[in-house]
Write a protein that binds this ligand. Structure first.
Ligand SMILES: [Zn+2]
Length: 468
């Protein structure tokens, strides 16, 4: 999950003390503690420690050597690993389901945190620690669920293949390789990602809605460069690399990419609008009803939280130019980061930008390693399974809303290869409560335990024998 965390005041939830936990809950908490306490950030090469630990737990639960595959990867000089675990069906009736989570984290520095980041600390009704939300709860949920099902003797009606990546937050070298491998060796019916989606709570902890991630925008970064012979600043020439680049950027600033939408974004915009009575809510509802509504488009475009939901965005993020205060610039380069709407394509976006700039002296270079991913059409069986899992934890009156995120999970690599991929995480969080990638990352303790049945129920629904 590439959520940029916003800092917010720490709200204090009541502590559920002295509560009896089942054996399974205790076991899951122990897995959680063990994976959170490994500093699996880039620069430390610790992902193999998590793999070793998880493999040990899985083997103890009855998974055999043939079910477990550990692969070494080199993420730009950094050693990491990926783990694949097969839960085989004795008599497969359907194509497999692939299940994703990632073992690495964005690094956290102890001096910046209130508590030790690589220690699982339970306090104020929260579990604190780097990865408690992103994505070690996902890893814990999947591993604990596989162990629980195996120990119960569950026989799935289709193969379940758990795929844990080792560098989702950085190079995605393991992700890419695993996605290709899954396409060749598993060819799943669909993919479920534990690193996206989840239950939204209001400030009182009451469920608001459940979000399923069904699409991600394509992340693409361009460098725009203007070069010039330069010269002495006491003898300016008519053309100037900085002015030319500035003109190009002002044109990009003024340009609005066409409005785009699909069933998934219309549904999520409508659902977001249903909860608001303000101007933004009105615009969201109006846009969902009529995506050509100019007034609504204007409101959605003006809001940083909604502009990305209605089309491609490209924005200048960095600048470097010139080499001396008394010399004419020989080169000027701007970085422009785009979030491309599904289906638009990188080439078309680059062509649009070139058109907008209208100056062949501006050189474009694509510098990001990108992956285009179409949106995944919603599946009734997946939606029904999620609904059943929510009902089991007493959440019955919330909408299940597909959404598109700004891009950045393992899921996009699977969508890129043609596999419908759904972010269906089991955690529940208040708005601004996860602090993924940020300081003092945390997960509600109640959410940790309530969500432990989530994948257990989903997998029984999707891969269990028909009942009665
Ligand atoms: Zn993540």
């Amino acid at each position: 999950m590439s959520l940029l965390a916003a800092a917010a005041a720490v709200s204090i939830a009541p502590i559920a003390s002295g509560q009896e936990r089942t054996e399974f809950e205790q076991q899951a908490r122990e897995i959680y503690r063990n994976v959170v306490e490994v500093r699996s950030a880039r620069g430390h090469e610790n992902v193999p420690k998590i793999v070793d630990y998880v493999v040990g737990e899985l083997k103890a639960a009855g998974f055999s050597d043939e079910d477990i595959e550990v692969t070494d990867y080199d993420n730009d000089g950094e050693a990491t690993q990926g783990l694949v675990v097969w839960y085989r069906s004795p008599d497969p009736q359907d194509k497999p389901i692939a299940l994703l989570a990632h073992m690495d984290v964005v690094d956290a520095l102890a001096e910046d945190w209130v508590r030790e980041p690589y220690k699982l600390i339970e306090e104020e009704g929260y579990f604190f620690g780097r990865g408690t939300a992103d994505n070690k709860y996902g890893v814990t949920s999947l591993v604990a669920t596989f162990i629980r099902l195996k120990e119960e003797g569950f026989e799935p009606t289709r193969d379940l293949v758990m795929v844990l990546s080792g560098d989702e937050e950085t190079g995605m070298v393991s992700t890419r390789a695993q996605a290709n491998w899954v396409a060749e060796e598993v060819d799943p019916a669909f993919v479920l990602n534990a690193d996206a989606g989840g239950l939204g709570l209001d400030d009182n902890g009451e469920p608001l809605d459940y979000g399923i991630q069904g699409a991600e925008k394509t992340y693409a970064t361009f460098e725009l460069t203007v070069t010039n012979p330069g010269g002495h600043s006491s003898a300016p020439r008519a053309d100037n690399a900085i002015y030319e680049l500035a003109d190009a950027l002002k044109k990009i600033e003024a340009y609005k990419f066409p409005v785009r939408y699909n069933d998934l974004t219309l549904a999520s915009i409508e659902a977001a609008g249903r909860k608001r009575l303000d101007r933004l809510g009105n615009a969201q509802r109006a846009f969902a009803a009529d995506p050509t509504d100019e007034d609504a488009i204007e409101v959605l475009r003006a809001n940083p939280a909604t502009v990305g939901q209605i089309g491609t965005t490209c924005i200048a993020t960095m600048l470097r130019a010139g080499h001396a205060e008394n010399a004419l610039p020989q080169s000027a380069t701007a970085t422009v980061n785009c979030r491309i709407f599904p289906g638009v394509g990188i080439e078309a976006t680059e062509a649009t930008l070139k058109d907008v700039v209208g100056n062949e002296d501006v050189q474009f270079e694509l510098i990001s390693d990108l992956v285009e991913s179409p949106e995944s059409g919603m599946r009734e069986d997946v939606l029904a399974a999620v609904e059943t899992a929510l009902e089991a934890r007493g959440v019955t009156d919330v909408d299940i809303i597909p959404h598109m995120s700004a891009g950045g999970t393992d899921g996009m690599h699977y969508r890129n290869l043609g596999y419908d991929t759904y972010g269906v995480g089991g955690a529940a969080a208040k708005q601004n409560d996860t602090f993924a990638h940020g300081l003092n990352e945390r997960l509600l303790v109640s959410s940790f335990y309530d969500g432990l049945d989530h994948f257990y129920i989903i997998l029984k629904e999707l891969a269990g024998p028909e009942e009665g």
